[in-house]
Design a protein around this ligand. Structure first.
Ligand code: CP
Length: 337
């Protein structure tokens, strides 16, 4: 059977994404439904979570379904993903069995698997997610690996709530921010994809060329601009980037050329603590809304004043995770026996 997974928004047409968002807006109005009655989802967490776990578990429950949470290597057996491997290490079972066994029990599988942060040429292949998708007999949902498509939809939904349904032509600033540790590029990749997909004039603001995102996502953004009529600008200057912005979206990420050599990246990162989102920068904008996927370190990524201001819509975006994920689960279940 040809299974439709939810791995990346780029795999879905704009009208399909709009359909998911319309359903999410309906779920916001009316929380409960029976779209998952008798259905279940396994939530495979290889990394920690607060929002994703809570919203998927509750979302399944509110639609009449059941979620099972598993943390491989902690409360479930460690899994091997490499084909042909002599499994004489830590892993006790292979994805070929894990995905197929889960598929006999549940109707959906969610996967959160961050990069290992040692070798980007390996991490960029998204092996854990791709292996689940390859071996699973049921649809797989990306709960954040090297992109975060559920966050993308929650973000667009929040922007539509605050800036109107038509986002085309809005000035959107995706700003890198400082963080003491190198973080995943997933949300930044996702923000770049979805903001260009929705026709916004996107400025990618980062300290230097080293902080540009992987070429795959830069290319998706350029393709989206060509199709959606927005624009993509690279900036290393916060003052000009923030000027007249309608949306400021912040995220910290590690510089890809330094992947696995983080001690060498640290001085570069440490020199850009001033990328913090503060009132002075927000004052340059066109009454912009500010958001972040959360979790967020206050007064490192954004100041208390910005987080507590009316401009901050991060809590709305987090709430929307519940609505969009219900829409995704319901859509993936539609038409399946
Ligand atoms: N934004 C997000 O995915 O939050 P969690 O890491 O808490 O799930």
């Amino acid at each position: 059977m040809n299974i439709r997974h939810f791995l990346n928004t780029q795999d879905f047409s704009r009208s399909e994404l709009d359909g998911l968002l319309e359903q999410a807006h309906r779920f916001k109005q009316s929380r409960f439904g029976d779209q998952l009655r008798g259905r279940s989802i396994a939530l495979m967490f290889f990394n920690p979570s607060m929002r994703t776990r809570t919203s998927f578990e509750l979302g399944a429950h509110q639609l009449g379904g059941k979620a099972i949470v598993l943390a491989p290597g902690k409360d479930a057996w460690p899994i091997e993903f490499e084909l042909g491997k002599v499994m004489d290490g830590e892993a006790e079972e292979h994805i070929a069995e894990v995905a197929r066994v889960l598929g006999r029990y549940v109707d959906l599988i969610g996967v959160r698997a961050f990069p290992k942060f040692q070798d980007w040429s390996v991490d960029r292949e998204d092996r854990v997610l791709r292996a689940f998708a390859a071996h699973s007999p049921v649809p797989v949902i990306n709960m954040e690996t090297i992109t975060h498509p559920c966050q993308e939809l929650a973000h667009i939904m929040a922007l539509q709530q605050h800036k109107g349904a038509e986002l085309k032509g809005r000035k959107y600033v995706l700003t890198w921010t400082y963080h003491p540790k190198p973080l995943n590029t997933a949300v930044a990749n996702s923000a770049l994809q979805i903001a260009t997909r929705y026709g916004m004039d996107v400025t990618l603001l980062c300290p230097s060329e080293e902080y540009l995102l992987d070429s795959r996502y830069m290319e998706f953004a350029r393709q989206n601009v060509a199709e959606s009529g927005g624009s993509l600008t690279i900036s290393h200057d916060p003052q000009s980037a923030y000027r007249n912005a309608d949306v400021v979206y912040a995220k910290s990420w590690g510089a890809i050329p330094y992947f696995g050599r983080w001690d060498q990246e640290k001085p570069l990162r440490d020199a850009h603590k001033h990328f913090v989102v503060d009132e002075a920068k927000m004052a340059l904008t066109n009454n912009a809304v500010f958001s972040h996927c959360l979790p967020l370190r206050r007064n490192v990524k954004a100041t208390d004043a910005v987080m507590d201001s009316a401009a901050c819509i991060a809590i709305d975006e987090a709430e929307n995770r519940l609505h969009v994920q219900k829409a995704i689960m319901a859509a993936l279940m539609r038409g399946r026996d």
